[in-house]
Design a protein around this ligand. Structure first.
Ligand code: 16G
Length: 240
């Protein structure tokens, strides 16, 4: 199964073998993989080597550890295309996952200057600042902080944001969402974010900042989304 003469390090060969077994369904999603001791015997290598392979697969998001319980096979990452202006609710439904939403902060007030600028707000114009944890099949996927101009959503309530913001705009307010600009960067999760996302530290996150516009050209949201890097893979088609 492993080639001890190969120039490919043993821990990499074990990673590949574990991946193959996961793909073949030998270790189904949500089930525990064999213990370190069992893997040590199975592959005839040291415990340190096994630990390194497993840690790498945990870091890649293929496996996850639960304290005192073992190491389990994770669901495949969500593959998120970056070229469509879709909502979280639509994205999850398109994958057959049940979207969930928890509003953890909802306030109205004066925006910071950079937010006011991006939303093209004049002096004295207010915004709602909304923080939501977004779930897929009850598992936290992302934290989202959204700034919305009060003048565009005069009746907005916390209850309404427990549903989809985009369907509220399109279905209820009958407005057309047209385009957005996005920036994306990697970072390490902060303590308070790790608690909300229920992940251990250190962990990688992907931050996407989006400014979205209505067909009239008016910006209606500035959003900072913090995605779990172990649950997301972003894909884009490119042309030459
Ligand atoms: C996505 C958008 C966010 C939008 C939200 C609406 C990114 C980076 N962000 O999370 O801008 O506000 O969807 O989702 O994709 P909702 O309609 O389910 O509330």
């Amino acid at each position: 199964m492993l080639d001890k003469q190969s120039h490919i390090p043993m821990y990499v060969q074990i990673e590949e073998e574990l991946k193959r077994r996961i793909e073949r369904g030998e270790f189904p999603i949500g089930t525990a993989i064999p213990s370190e001791r069992e893997l040590t015997e199975l592959f005839g290598v040291s415990r340190m080597t096994v630990r390194q392979s497993v840690t790498n697969l945990v870091n890649e998001g293929l496996l996850y550890r639960e304290k005192g319980r073992g190491t389990f096979v994770a669901s495949p990452k969500v593959e998120q295309p970056l070229n469509g202006l879709t909502s979280f609710t639509e994205d999850m439904k398109a994958r057959g996952l049940t979207p969930g939403n928890k509003v953890i902060n909802f306030e109205k007030g004066s925006p910071e200057p950079d937010i006011a600028k991006e939303l093209q707000l004049g002096h004295g114009e207010e915004v709602y600042t909304v923080e939501r944890i977004r779930y897929a099949n009850e598992k936290p996927m992302a934290i989202e902080r959204t700034y919305l101009p009060v003048k565009l959503f005069p009746q907005l309530s916390e209850e309404a944001l427990a549903g989809s913001l985009y369907s509220l705009i399109e279905q209820e307010q009958k407005q057309t969402i047209s385009h957005a600009s996005q920036r994306m960067e990697a970072a390490l999760v902060k303590q308070e974010e790790a608690e909300l996302l229920k992940i251990g530290m250190p962990a990688a996150i992907l931050i996407i900042e989006r400014v979205s516009y209505l067909a009239s050209g008016v910006p209606f949201e500035v959003v900072r989304s913090t995605y779990r890097a172990d649950r997301y893979k972003f894909i884009t088609e490119i042309q030459r």
